[in-house]
Design a protein around this ligand. Structure first.
Ligand code: FES
Length: 152
C-alpha cells in the first residue's frame, strides 16, 4: 500500500494521527517514518508539520531512522527473563553482530527489546515483524536468524 492509500484509510481527523503514523511506518520497507511521510500525514490531517514531527519523535514505537527489514524484538519482562531471555538475547547479539537498538550493516535486521508480548505461556518469547516465536533457546534463535538470512 502506498502513502496515499494509507492516508485515505483514515478520516481527516487529528485523532487519527497515531494510527496513521503507525500504518505509514509499517508500510515503509525500512520500518520508519520519513520526513515525506510525516509531511504527508500533516497535510492530510491539516496539522502543522512540526506537531506531527513532535508526536513521532516523542513515542518510542516510532523510528525516524531506517531500520532493518526484520525487526527482532526480544521480550525482557520478568516471566521471559526468569525463563532465559538473557541467554537468548546474548545469542541474538552474537548471531546478528549488533547491539540493541542497532541495525545490521546489510540492512536486514534491527535488534530491539520489548516489554511483555502477551504470550508469557511460551516464554521466553520474541517477535520478528508480526510473527511471534516462543519457547526460545539459544540454539533455536540462531536457527531462526539463519533461516531468515536464507529467505532474504
Ligand atoms: S513476559 Fe514475555 S511474553 Fe509476557
Amino acid at each position: 500500500m502506498n502513502t496515499q492509500e494509507i492516508l485515505h484509510k483514515y478520516e481527516k481527523n487529528a485523532d487519527n494521527l497515531l494510527g496513521l503514523l503507525h500504518d505509514l511506518q509499517d508500510g515503509h520497507e525500512r520500518h520508519c517514518l520519513t520526513p515525506e511521510s510525516m509531511g504527508a500525514a500533516a497535510e492530510y490531517l491539516g496539522l502543522p508539520a512540526s506537531y506531527v514531527y513532535g508526536v513521532a519523535s516523542f513515542y518510542t514505537m516510532f523510528s525516524l531512522k531506517p531500520r532493518g527489514r526484520f525487526i527482532v524484538r526480544i521480550c525482557q519482562s520478568p516471566p521471559c527473563h526468569l525463563l532465559g531471555s538473557t541467554d537468548v538475547s546474548k545469542e541474538l547479539v552474537k548471531a546478528l553482530g549488533v547491539g540493541f537498538g542497532e541495525t545490521t550493516a546489510d540492512g536486514l535486521f534491527t535488534l530491539e527489546m520489548t516489554s511483555c508480548l502477551g504470550v508469557c505461556g511460551v516464554a521466553p518469547a520474541m517477535m520478528i515483524n508480526d510473527e511471534i516465536y516462543g519457547n526460545l533457546t539459544a540454539t533455536r534463535v540462531g536457527e531462526i536468524i539463519d533461516d531468515l538470512r536464507r529467505v532474504k
